[in-house]
Design a protein around this ligand. Structure first.
Ligand SMILES: [Zn+2]
Ligand SMILES: [Zn+2]
Length: 139
């Protein structure tokens, strides 16, 4: 069993621990991730069926993604950091923000999604496979 992924928000009030290994590590350049991150993309580790512990106060923003997926984005009520996203239609699934990790170097992006919406000033690793929108298997 590998070491759990631990992390939290900028002020430390909202913390999580996720056991298991991510099924995908994804750079998302959609407009929602741009607005929500304040920059060109969001970096997410997606886990399926993982052991998840959440600790501390959080607010959630329930919304529908550009691809039609229902999402509940969790953020710290004090510092406002986006920390993780859960999916009402996929209770097994959680995505955590790469920079929220205590060891952010464990994030190793594999693909880029929503490249169609990318800003010209946003640079991601050119070696990564890019999808114009969300790949069908992940929508
Ligand atoms: Zn906080
Ligand atoms: Zn996105």
């Amino acid at each position: 069993m590998s070491k759990p992924y631990r992390g939290g928000c900028a002020c430390g009030a909202l913390r999580y621990e996720v056991g298991g290994e991510p099924v995908a590590m994804v750079e998302c350049q959609c407009r929602q991730c741009q607005r929500d991150s304040g920059t060109g993309h969001a970096s997410n580790l997606a886990f399926m069926g993982a052991q998840v512990t959440i600790d501390g106060p959080r607010n959630t923003w329930d919304m529908v993604g550009d691809g039609g997926t229902r999402k509940s984005r969790a953020f710290c009520p004090t510092c406002g950091s986006p920390v993780y996203t859960v999916f009402p239609d996929m209770p097994n699934f959680i995505a955590v923000r790469a920079a929220s990790l205590d060891e952010p170097e464990r994030y190793a992006p594999q693909i880029v999604v929503w490249a169609d919406a990318a800003q010209p000033w946003d640079r991601v690793d050119e070696a990564l496979t890019k999808f114009d929108q969300m790949p069908p298997a992940m929508a």
